[in-house]
Design a protein. Structure first.
Length: 114
């Protein structure tokens, strides 16, 4: 059974940083690429970043390049999202997902506000 547990969200001031984590279980983590998504209030869920199964390939939404970094530790079955220079428009619930599976985690809330 695929399970994804996100953590690391919180309240941060504009310009601050957060690192999100997503621990995966129920599948062979190292075999699959992973993605982060986010959903802001009253908006559709949007793709944020992608990482290949071995971490050698990463892609980002154009608007986030240079501020967000996706990484993974296959020994820990964990994918990360480092978010720097956060802006109020980054406020959303952040989710991770294995590209091949349909399951979602519960998400972690990120709020950027002064």
């Amino acid at each position: 059974q695929v399970q994804l547990v996100e953590s690391g969200g919180g309240l941060v001031q504009p310009g601050g940083s957060l690192r999100l984590s997503c621990v995966a279980s129920g599948f062979t983590f190292s075999m699959y690429s992973m993605r982060w998504y986010r959903q802001a209030p009253e908006k559709e869920r949007e793709w944020v970043a992608h990482i290949g199964n071995d971490g050698s390939i990463t892609n980002y939404a154009d608007s986030l390049k240079g501020r967000f970094t996706i990484s993974r530790d296959n020994a820990k079955n964990t994918v990360y999202l480092q978010m720097n220079n956060l802006k109020p428009e980054d406020t959303a619930v952040y989710y991770c997902k294995a590209t091949i599976f349909s399951q979602w985690g519960q998400g972690t809330q990120v709020t950027v506000s002064s």
